[in-house]
Design a protein. Structure first.
Length: 199
């Protein structure tokens, strides 16, 4: 039964959610800003707006799971949460630090290798046995732990904005050149049924 107290509690909770989300949306983009020396030439930042709505959805999802317990609303909020999460990642990766546009705004101008170096990586070869459905049945180490020398580079990428012409860089990025050639574990597929599979 919906009572006046419940309505007031929900209104107060939503007001608190809005205030906290607004404050966080203002400061979070500044903490993760890629070009700290560049002052934005626009007033509204799509990244801040997306973060603001994402925080509102997260807070409402928590409230729903804790108090409202509406399963349909949980599904809806979860889907919106996922979509907004992908949108935030896309905006952050593609946005111009100056004009804040992000749709086809970022273009790669150049990149350069700062240094080349090697790094030791220790790994333990494993034999992995799978159930018939592909889930792991058991793991067993093969031999002793090994050490592999891998080639790395530190590189820097340079970008330009297709709208305002602003230029920025990625910072220094360490890239593993040998990651795709790492030795794979021995995998054994069996016909044994997974006891945890109930369908």
């Amino acid at each position: 039964m919906i009572t006046l107290d419940n309505i007031l509690e929900n209104i107060i909770a939503e007001i608190i959610v809005l205030i906290l989300s607004f404050i966080a949306a203002i400061f979070l983009p500044k903490l993760i800003k890629k070009d700290k020396d560049e002052k934005p030439i626009v007033k509204y930042d799509p990244l801040s707006i997306a973060i603001f709505f994402e925080l509102i959805i997260i807070s409402n999802l928590i409230l729903n799971l804790s108090f409202w317990k509406n399963s349909d609303l949980t599904v809806f909020l979860t889907l919106v949460l996922i979509v907004l999460g992908y949108l935030i990642i896309y905006i952050y990766n593609e946005q111009c630090p100056s004009c804040k546009k992000f749709i086809r705004a970022k273009k790669k101008i150049d990149d350069k290798i700062i240094r080349k170096f090697k790094r030791e990586r220790k790994y333990q070869p494993m034999e992995i046995t799978l159930y018939s459905n592909g889930n792991v049945w058991k793991k067993k180490p093969i031999g002793k732990e090994k050490t592999r020398t891998e080639n790395w580079i530190t590189k820097q990428e340079f970008y330009g904005c297709c709208y305002c012409g602003h230029k920025w860089d990625s910072g220094l990025l360490d890239v593993n050149l040998d990651e795709k050639t790492r030795p794979e574990n021995k995998v054994i597929q069996t016909d044994k049924k997974d006891p945890n599979q109930f369908y």
